[in-house]
Design a protein around this ligand. Structure first.
Ligand code: DOR
Length: 450
């Protein structure tokens, strides 16, 4: 397969835009030049739009198997493609949960059949599946829910956590909320139907206690740690003080664009774990990204149906969809001067791949994988529920007018999404993760050119 993209403004890792053509052959970026005059199976005229490396979303919940009424690997991956996301890493709190080799093989087989973008899966930790965690070779990492959330995965006892950190070498990704504190706070707020209590029950202290605990274990065992969805300035500053090449963390658009004022507008729709926080925390997360303490952006795409959300607080499930709005949100933030194109590429494309040991993705460089997204940087339109590909059909950002929308998404040198449609026969591939994840490479600063 040879794909020729003409007249693109090609985003170089430095953030500069290079006006020219790009030829992809055999799934790789073959040539970038002012004008490429070579035969191709498909020629795409970019009409001067910006060509970015495909986004990698390193935290999504696509609900298959078990909760396909909310999402499945087909609908979730199509939503990803529509959002310019060419690779995703999916969480183990499905039903049954992904906690052993059988469940992992099942998910990989389902994704091979259905996913239109590239995929990888976490294996979930339980108090008694250490052998499965240590022998696994296929997962992108081990997921530990230190505080209970959707599903029944939980590891909160010290000896169980120690055991997991002490054995094996693969990446450990933590949902850092302190279960004991949350349980106490739930008693204190029992009977509250105000969704805003969610942020007070699962408060910043709960997040901080668990993050500090996970960082302590990582330092003790020198074990590769990724702290998922940082939500507070305090956690960010704590990680800044203890940052090591083997400790990384992420932030979500939910925490970067929403604060607790959103409860008054959206109620339980914006209920999630860890919860949305204060304006001060929101600004601190942006600061953490810019200073390099926070390495990357994930969405924690966690779809629940509107009927389920309509149960109201506290019965509504926690989580919100996000995989198809993250890039437009960040492009809008870039237009408003909150970040540069080099930073956006680093946080959304290159660093997620680097952190999980996925080679040759996230930069537009000859020889690297042709996972690309063509975006219209000036197209301004509202997020509309009816336009979304996620099966749940809603977004916490519905009505927000965003500037910068994906037009075409390319996975392995093939167009999978183009102007509103998923191509027939579109498919992704299983991502390969190097283990243990090499993180000695300095800070992910974008260099290199075409
Ligand atoms: O709000 C959340 N929803 N946080 C999680 O950790 C899980 C997720 C889900 O799966 O619904």
């Amino acid at each position: 397969m040879r794909l020729l993209i003409r007249n693109a403004r090609i985003a170089l890792p430095s953030g500069e835009l290079y006006l020219g053509d790009l030829l992809a052959t055999g799934g790789k970026i073959a040539t970038i030049d002012r004008e490429i005059d070579q035969p191709a199976d498909e020629v795409l005229d970019a009409h001067g739009h910006v060509l970015l490396p495909g986004v990698m979303d390193p935290q999504v919940h696509f609900r298959e198997p078990g909760n396909e009424h909310k999402e499945d690997l087909g609908s979730g991956s199509r939503a990803a493609a529509k959002g310019g996301v060419t690779s995703f890493l999916e969480m183990p709190n499905t039903s049954p949960p992904t906690i052993n080799a059988v469940a992992m093989a099942d998910k990989l087989a389902r994704a091979a059949e259905k996913s239109v973008v590239n995929y990888g899966f976490f294996i979930g930790a339980t108090p008694d599946n250490l052998d499965d965690l240590v022998t696994d070779t296929l997962a992108c990492g081990i997921k530990i829910f230190m505080g209970a959330s959707t599903g029944n995965l939980l590891v909160d006892r010290e000896e169980d956590l120690e055991n997991i950190f002490a054995h094996g070498s693969s990446l450990i990704a933590v949902h850092a909320e302190d279960e004991a504190r949350i349980r106490c706070r739930q008693q204190e707020f029992a009977g509250s139907c105000d969704p805003a209590s969610h942020s007070r029950i699962r408060d910043g202290e709960s997040a901080f206690l668990a993050t500090r605990r996970a960082v302590g274990l990582s330092l003790k065992y020198r074990r590769r740690l990724h702290v998922l969805h940082l939500s507070t300035g305090r956690e960010m500053r704590y990680i800044a003080m203890h940052k090591q090449p083997f400790i990384s963390c992420e932030a979500l658009p939910n925490h970067l664009f929403l604060n607790t004022d959103a409860y008054a507008r959206s109620g339980a729709l914006v209920q999630m774990n860890p919860p949305i926080r204060s304006e001060e925390d929101r600004l601190a997360l942006w600061e953490g990204l810019r200073s390099g303490v926070i390495d990357c952006i994930a969405t924690d795409h966690a779809p629940h149906r509107l009927e389920e959300k309509a149960l109201g607080y506290p019965r509504a499930p926690s989580g919100m969809p996000g995989v198809e709005t993250s890039l437009p949100l960040m492009l809008t933030a870039m237009r408003d001067g909150h970040c540069s194109l080099a930073e956006l590429q680093r946080w959304m494309c290159y660093n997620p791949a680097r952190l999980y040991g996925v080679k040759n993705k996230g930069r537009i460089i000859p020889g690297w994988d042709a996972d690309l997204t063509l975006v219209d940087m000036v197209h301004e339109k509202p997020v509309r529920n009816g336009d979304l590909f996620t099966r749940v059909g809603w977004s916490p950002f519905s009505g927000w007018i965003l500037t910068g929308w994906p037009l075409t998404t390319i996975v392995g040198g093939r167009v999978v999404y183009h102007e509103g449609e998923i191509r027939p026969n579109a498919h992704g591939s299983a991502l390969q993760f190097s283990s243990p994840t090499p993180l000695e490479e300095a800070g992910g600063k974008a260099t290199g050119s075409a």
